[in-house]
Ligand binder design. Structure first.
Ligand code: MGD
Ligand code: MGD
Ligand code: SF4
Ligand code: MO
Length: 810
């Protein structure tokens, strides 16, 4: 297994060292980073018998970087960027460079422990693995036996996107859930984009975007609700190279941030109003006849005929033409009134209202036109706090300087109305035909692994029933206080938390603590004593990512699957989740379903025809360490105009909308079928609450941490020592606040005290603060106390930015 240092890696390693040491001569990193950078000189590498292993950085930062892990004398001494098959994807960031300080952190969890004092008081006793796992399994069985299968819950977050020990597609934690029939508490985060993307285009192997390397083929890019310079570190240079090649780069964001500073045009939209902007833009597209009629006819639902009676499409059966054994396909109409299947009528009408065989119908496109007419550009401008000419200008560029790509991420997702706005933006791409071609795409690009992995085989071994219940984390007050999930009686008593910092990362922290503390039993598996681990009754120490073999292909912005070699043995008594899940399953009596080695599991994972077509076998992966997993030389989402939706088309009309979480809530189908917009829940200037809490507060995802991960890494704390609130100079002047003053930010849900910094990228009335800090790192209170758990009825999704606060200088 010891990878010999080849000449190629040797040269690479020296080059990488040279670059970092070069940077360190002006010492922008401070002493700790200088030490890291100077750790290895090329000559010592050659003489010291250093071994270099392949690795994947696999937290939820969307990078998924391919790393070299340099090991000497059994210790990881350094990490460096490893050459990708397409070097355009070569990348590493300060977090990737500081893994050693996570591995060797003095406070890393070392042994299984049980709580001995009050819950959360920090008193622990070291126990054996057997005692820890037996305690967990006993509680699991006892609760399930006495109160039903759902009485024991699993909660996982986004800590690690590996397959064996993380939350990648086909992961062993899902298998454990499915086999034991435990209930599943969904963290209910980042759900709005996925919900609307699924309705609009379906989830493809790269979510909804083309491969990143295709960005250079776009003539126009709208960066809409994303901050790639910080939050998608793989993407930025592709965007900048496109710009250098002449692509018009437009940023639509309330904040003039580092990404916006690179834009040709910056559009300072009012928070939470992007849907109205997209609807306004669609009106201009229609008015100026910039619609792509051939695309609408062939690749969207435009020609489908929606029955007024029930909102469903007219089908063969409605015409009395359904032959026995035939599929009840959707029909379309020609200009002459002939009816038939889309493959028979290749030039269907897309506009009009008709009565066909007793059914009153409108084309889906006609319904779209009626809906967008509710948002003329003047109205959109007022809602979005933009001028009509600003909207007209960007619409013209987007719709005529084609192909155009809309690069989205989660900026719009984090509002209660987020899924509406995101769906509206997809509809704009549809009517302009900016989809399914090189340079033309809309949405988010993240490799999902759904195309080549054997999900059924990994997730549903013989006897697996699936989770007994899936609950939204935002409904846990009802679950724990009223013992109800919707109308269903439940009695949830125990929880197993893995890969998640539930307390620090969930919306409305006091609410989270309240429901969590009502659990009779809490087990947590993590690497460090974070805020959630502090509330555990049993604490399991997990190994670091480099202490295990693993495969990784999930939520990363490059098109590869990566093999993680085991660079060192787990330190102390740490174990990988793969082994932990296995131990728990064995104690629960499901050992048979977990009777696989790591490599057997990965073989099962790759037992899929598409994997074979792509040449992804375990042997090849172990040999090459990295293999391309998106099909084609340059993957284009929806190429040939076929999308992964129920109709196979791009859908601006949803025939059968459904909530992402069911808790017997009431919801209005009319809002869900067509593009729609309504104001956000809190951060709306007409909301009376703005009198008391006049500021919108948006969370910054920051360069130096991935959510809470790396929170205790000394080198990064040197670079970014404490959380800082940003405020515009106008607002700061009004409150007498200067940079470095301490301020209190508060609302009815809580407060936090931190230092302020004046930042003129912010508009008046908007503040930002970084997420990802632990409680003790704030001067007082907690940033996570401010957010609200209120979610949309159809799309349960934490609205981290839909938050009003007041500010006070201390
Ligand atoms: N370094 C680092 N990278 C990360 C993460 C991290 O914590 N650290 N987290 C990862 C995860 S899980 C996620 S979800 C992604 C998030 O990826 P992004 O969505 O790119 O994340 P943010 O950095 O939050 O940027 C969102 C942008 O949306 C803007 N925005 C806020 N409200 C609105 C609005 O109403 N309309 C519009 N148009 N824009 C708005 C914000 O000002 C910001 O510029 O980042 C991932 N990458
Ligand atoms: N206020 C506010 N809150 C937010 C956001 C915001 O914008 N504002 N953003 C939200 C978003 S977009 C997201 S995605 C969430 C992310 O929320 P989480 O998924 O909770 O994110 P992390 O902080 O990465 O926490 C993951 C935990 O997994 C642990 N871990 C890492 N690797 C392993 C492993 O191999 N095994 C085990 N068992 N544990 C491991 C880490 O140590 C860490 O404690 O946060 C959300 N919270
Ligand atoms: S944290 Fe993200 S960007 Fe940084 S090295 Fe890891 S995967 Fe790459
Ligand atoms: Mo996220």
């Amino acid at each position: 297994m010891n990878a010999k240092l080849s000449r190629r890696t040797f040269v690479k390693a020296s080059a990488a060292t040279a670059v970092v040491v070069g940077a360190a001569t002006t010492n922008p990193w401070g002493p700790a980073m200088t030490a890291l950078a100077e750790g290895e000189k090329s000559d010592t590498i050659a003489s010291s018998g250093e071994a270099v292993f392949s690795g994947a950085c696999r937290g939820n930062c969307a990078g998924g970087c391919f790393l070299n892990i340099h090991v000497r004398g059994g210790k990881v001494v350094r990490t460096s960027m490893r050459e990708m098959p397409n070097p355009d994807y070569n990348r590493i960031c300060v977090k990737g460079l500081t893994h050693m300080q996570r591995i060797y952190h003095k406070d890393r969890l070392k042994y299984p422990m049980k709580r001995i004092g009050e819950r959360g008081a920090g008193q622990w006793e070291r126990i054996s693995w057997d005692e820890a796992v037996t305690t967990i399994a006993d509680k699991w069985q006892e609760y399930q036996r006495e109160y039903g299968k759902e009485a024991f819950a699993i909660y996982w977050g986004s800590g690690n996107y590996g397959v064996l020990s993380g939350q990648g597609m086909g992961c062993t934690t899902s298998r454990l859930l499915n086999v034991t029939g435990a209930s599943n508490i969904s963290m209910t985060v980042d759900a709005a984009h996925g919900h609307s993307a699924g309705n609009a285009l379906g989830w493809g192997p790269n979510f909804t975007l083309n491969e990143l390397a295709d960005l250079k083929n776009a003539k126009t890019i709208l960066c809409w609700g994303a901050n790639p310079v910080i939050s998608q570190q793989q993407s930025t240079h592709f965007l900048m190279e496109a710009k250098e090649n002449g692509t018009t780069f437009i940023v639509i964001d309330p904040i003039y941030n580092i990404t916006a500073s690179k834009a040709d045009k910056f559009v300072p939209v009012r928070p939470g109003t992007d849907g109205a902007l997209a609807l306004g833009m669609m009106n201009i597209v229609v008015r100026e006849n910039w619609i792509d009629v051939p695309f609408l006819k062939a690749s969207t639902v435009a020609p489908f005929l929606v029955k007024e009676a029930d909102g469903h499409y007219l089908r063969l059966s409605d015409l009395g033409l359904l032959a026995e054994g035939q599929r009840d396909d959707i029909v379309v109409r020609s200009a002459e009134g002939k009816m038939g299947l889309p493959q028979e009528i290749t030039d269907p009408v897309i506009e009009g209202s008709f009565e066909i065989n007793g059914h009153k119908v409108n084309t889906a496109y006609t319904l779209l036109l009626q809906r967008i007419a509710e948002y003329p550009p003047e109205k959109a401008a007022e809602i979005c706090n933009l001028s009509v000419s600003q909207i007209e200008e960007i619409t013209k560029i987007y719709a005529t300087n084609k192909p155009s790509t809309i690069y989205q991420y989660f900026g719009i997702d984090h509002y209660v109305n987020g899924h509406y706005s995101i769906f509206d933006i997809y509809a704009l791409a549809m009517i302009t035909g900016n989809l399914g071609k090189s340079g033309a795409a809309c949405g988010m690009g993240e490799t999902l692994g759904i195309n080549f992995t054997n999900l059924a085989g990994t997730l549903f071994p013989a006897g697996a029933t699936g989770p007994s219940l899936t609950m939204s984390a935002t409904q846990m007050d009802s679950v724990m206080n009223e013992h109800k999930y919707g109308n269903k009686d439940v009695n949830v008593k125990g929880i197993y938390i893995t890969n998640a910092n539930v307390v620090a990362n969930s919306a409305e922290r006091k609410y989270t603590l309240d429901w969590l503390n009502k659990m009779e039993f809490i087990a947590v598996a993590d690497m460090n004593m974070n805020e959630t681990a502090q509330y555990a009754d049993i604490l399991l120490p997990v190994s670091h990512w480099f202490e295990q073999e693993e495969a990784f292909c999930n939520y990363s912005t490059h098109p590869y699957v990566i093999f993680q070699e085991k660079a060192i043995d787990p330190l102390y008594e740490c174990k990988a989740d793969f082994e932990i899940n296995k131990l728990i399953a064995q104690k629960l009596g499901y050992g048979e379903q977990f009777n696989l080695t790591e490599m057997e599991y990965l073989n099962l994972w790759l037992d899929n025809d598409e994997a074979r077509r792509l040449g992804i076998t375990l042997e090849a992966l172990r040999e090459k360490k990295i293999l391309k997993c998106l099909p084609g030389d340059l993957y284009i989402n929806g190429e040939n105009g076929v999308f992964g939706t129920p109709t196979g088309r791009a859908q601006f009309y949803v025939e059968n909308p459904a909530p992402n979480m069911n808790y017997d809530q009431q919801w209005d189908i009319e809002k869900e079928r067509l593009p729609y917009w309504e104001p956000p829940n809190e951060v709306w200037h007409e909301n009376p609450l703005t009198k008391k809490y006049p500021f919108t507060i948006i969370s910054d995802h920051v360069r130096f941490r991935t959510h809470t991960q790396w929170w205790d890494v000394p080198a990064l704390l040197e670079l970014d020592p404490e959380p800082i609130l940003k405020i515009s100079s106008e607002d700061a002047a009004q409150y007498g606040i200067k940079t470095n003053d301490l301020v209190k930010i508060y609302n009815d849900r809580g407060h936090v005290v931190m230092k302020a910094a004046i930042n003129d990228g912010l508009p008046q009335g908007v503040l930002t603060a970084p997420k990802g800090w632990e409680k003790h790192q704030f001067r007082e209170g907690h940033f996570a106390d401010l957010s609200s758990r209120v979610v949309n009825k159809v799309c349960a999704n934490s609205a981290f930015f839909d938050v009003l606060v007041a500010i006070e200088k201390l």
